[in-house]
Design a protein around this ligand. Structure first.
Ligand SMILES: Nc1nc2c(ncn2[C@@H]2O[C@H](COP(=O)(O)OP(=O)(O)OP(=O)(O)O)[C@@H](O)[C@H]2O)c(=O)[nH]1
Ligand SMILES: [Mg+2]
Length: 386
């Protein structure tokens, strides 16, 4: 399962984001350091399912398929707040980041309203660009410290190491961080190792990209800041975690019809005056202005645009599209674009990879080779030796 981490200063809304995305009951409060230990919960990215095209009704083993939209599980980590100097131990430090080494990307939840300072304390007109910078710097420093530790024993003779030895050393040191060999090679090609800080920064950008969630976008100040900065930073999504929580809650109580990611909702009745007012504000101030609350969009954007994942559907029988128990289109897997069928087979089970013979495309029943590059929406059977 792909894992994503929520980072940011205290009070930015990380736990609110997690709750909005998963409805997991986590502690949320307007005081800094409410979260003291990482929480993980299952969230979902959404994509149109292939069941409509094949004219079948699917039985997902994980997640769900609702109105032809497939909900594919990912792991989402809610982390304690980061303050400037965290990599040197300030605040709660960065120790907890060790628990999220396996994340493939990070969502930086930023309080775009500017109503909290770098430590999460209440203020006014805070310069949010400072947050965008210091949190990234802290994460880059975390990488740098790990790389430095790995190279410690070679310090005196770093110049004597061949490129291959250097890459091998870095691969070993960074393996727990989900950093791949080709990512290390790319970073070395781009900036070399002369300036370790620069190398760590580039490697972090390649191997753990950061998406900015411009949170609290329901507030006027946040909307002003977003308009001012949206073109300056790339990968920035306007978000209102609080609005999404309210909408999901109202939907679960049967007050409204609402689907995560929707640009609107329908009131079903039984809404009191206060609830009606809150819903109206969300509709006018968030949904109409930004197209959604941004929570689902931020997750989908991170997985599909930034990590460049596609969705594939392995089945045990390419004719009936079922697994061994008769479930139709049981699995929808996220894989990185460019993954070959053989690599995918290994990722399911080493034995399937080792005994791989070929694949069969469920659409045209043609054979697929080991080197076939999987495409978005592929449905296939893997034939392997028994
Ligand atoms: N207006 C508004 N307030 C929000 C939004 N999201 C979170 N908040 C508020 O911001 C405060 C902090 O939220 P949390 O989710 O606890 O923040 P956190 O980043 O997890 O904080 P720490 O655990 O202390 O690091 C709470 O009072 C939330 O209600 C939002 O979208 N809009
Ligand atoms: Mg929290």
């Amino acid at each position: 399962m792909i894992e994503i981490g929520l980072i940011g200063k205290p009070n930015a809304g990380k736990s609110s984001f997690l709750k909005a995305a998963t409805m997991q009951d986590v502690k949320i409060a307007p005081i800094p350091f409410t979260t003291l230990k990482p929480n993980i919960a299952v969230a979902y990215v959404t994509k149109k399912c292939v069941c409509g095209e094949f004219g079948v009704k699917c039985n997902p083993r994980q997640g769900a398929c609702i109105n032809g939209i497939r909900f594919i599980p990912i792991g989402l980590w809610d982390l304690p707040g980061i303050v400037p100097g965290a990599h040197e131990g300030r605040g709660l430090g960065l120790k907890f980041l060790d628990e999220v080494r396996k994340t493939k990307a990070l969502i930086h939840v930023v309080d775009f309203s500017g109503s909290t300072d770098s430590e999460g304390k209440a203020t006014e007109n805070y310069d949010i660009e400072k947050d965008i910078k210091f949190v990234e710097d802290e994460i880059n420093n975390w990488f740098k410290d790990i790389i430095e530790r790995g190279l410690e024993k070679y310090r005196k003779n770093l110049g004597n190491l061949s490129r291959e030895e250097l890459v091998d050393t870095l691969v070993k040191q960074l393996s727990g961080l989900e950093v791949k060999k080709n990512e290390i090679e790319r970073a070395l090609d781009l900036v070399g190792l002369e300036n370790l800080g620069e190398f760590a920064k580039i490697l972090r950008e390649i191997s753990k990209p950061i998406v900015i969630a411009a949170n609290k976008i329901d507030l006027e100040e946040a909307q002003r800041n977003y308009e001012r900065l949206k073109d300056k930073y790339k990968n920035i999504i306007p978000v209102s975690a609080e609005s999404e929580i309210a909408l999901r809650l109202a939907a679960s109580k049967g007050l409204i019809e609402y689907f995560p990611g929707d640009s609107d909702f329908v009131v079903k009745g039984g809404v009191n005056e206060q609830q009606e007012k809150v819903l109206r504000i969300i509709k006018e101030n968030v949904l109409k202005k930004f197209g959604s609350t941004g929570i689902q969009h931020a997750l989908n954007f991170t997985v599909f645009n930034i990590l460049d994942c596609i969705v594939v559907y392995p089945v045990a029988d390419a004719n009936k599209l079922i697994d061994n128990r008769g479930n139709v289109l049981p699995d929808a897997f996220l894989v990185k674009r460019g993954t070959t069928l053989k690599e995918f087979s290994y990722s399911i089970h080493t034995e399937i990879g080792e005994k791989f013979i070929c694949g069969i495309d469920a659409r045209n029943k043609r054979k697929l080779s080991a080197e076939y590059e999987l495409k978005d929406g592929d449905v296939f059977e893997i034939i392997h030796r028994k």
